[in-house]
Design a protein around this ligand. Structure first.
Ligand code: SF4
Length: 260
């Protein structure tokens, strides 16, 4: 029997990208359900379980005129939902996000070519832990926004060796890739230093790789009640800049302006 290509989706909508390198651009967001880790600050708790359930699809870009549907959705239905928003007004690209979208890599191999052939540049927003899934999908990706996780902030123990392999695959394929590191009041300086060193080493092995690092001050949510202080952020950026030449601080701007 053919494996199902239906996609477990949480929502499809048009919005302003609020994070990292493409901040401020207009994107169509395809939010997949399921994540293989559980960060303390996660602001998408409803997208963490990879299972069937209700989902919502915006009909008109930015109008939040949701259509309700039942996930999983057939590939054709996802193509139609994304394409309707994409064609209704100019968008920069498609953000395939989650949850952790690469958890559904097999299913996405049925979707991505359909979107790319319609001229849509694809960006994966990923936690940077699923290396073989990235290898399956990388040929269709134009951008990769990869998290590098710090246990002192997210409470998870993501293996730095896996994150390095993930980054090597992304940079080695020549895909425009950047790294996002969420920092908070509890950020361990040694962990941040190791993470930045890892990125610097990976980038130095690939001539021309930009590998910009974005420090993202955590937005208090769920179990996380405090953001880092302004002084914390200055010190953390200084520390990172002493290791890697391009470290920028960009908070979650969509939250600052009351966007989705
Ligand atoms: S990797 Fe992303 S989606 Fe998964 S728990 Fe962490 S913040 Fe949430």
């Amino acid at each position: 029997m053919e494996p199902t290509r239906d996609l477990l989706v949480s929502e499809v909508f048009s919005a302003i990208q609020g994070e990292a390198a493409l901040v401020g651009t207009r994107q169509v967001f395809l939010r997949m359900t399921g994540c293989n880790i559980r960060c303390a600050y996660c602001d998408q708790p409803e997208a963490l379980e990879k299972r069937p359930g209700p989902c919502r699809i915006e009909k008109t870009p930015g109008r939040r005129d949701w259509e309700r549907a039942e996930s999983p959705l057939a590939v054709e239905a996802v193509v139609e939902a994304v394409d309707r928003l994409w064609r209704a007004m100019p968008h920069h690209s498609i953000s395939v996000t989650g949850g952790e979208p690469l958890m559904q890599s097999k299913r996405l191999t049925g979707l991505f070519p359909r979107l790319v052939e319609r001229g849509m540049p694809l960006m994966a927003e990923t936690n940077g832990t699923l290396v073989s899934a990235l290898e399956e999908l990388i040929g269709w990706l134009s951008y990769i926004s990869m998290d590098v996780k710090l246990p002192s902030v997210d409470g998870e123990r993501v293996d730095p060796v896996v994150q390095r392999r993930f980054l090597d695959v992304a940079l080695g394929a020549g895909v425009d890739t950047w790294v996002k590191i969420v920092v908070g009041p509890t950020t361990d300086a040694g962990e941040l230093s190791d993470a930045v060193t890892m990125v610097a080493e990976a980038a130095s092995g690939v001539p021309g790789a930009p590998a910009v690092i974005y420090l993202q001050p955590v937005t208090p949510f769920a179990a996380v009640t405090d953001a880092p202080t302004p002084d914390d952020v200055l010190v953390l950026q200084e520390m990172a800049l002493r290791i890697h030449p391009d470290v920028r601080v960009v908070p979650q701007t969509h939250k600052a302006i009351g966007q989705l």
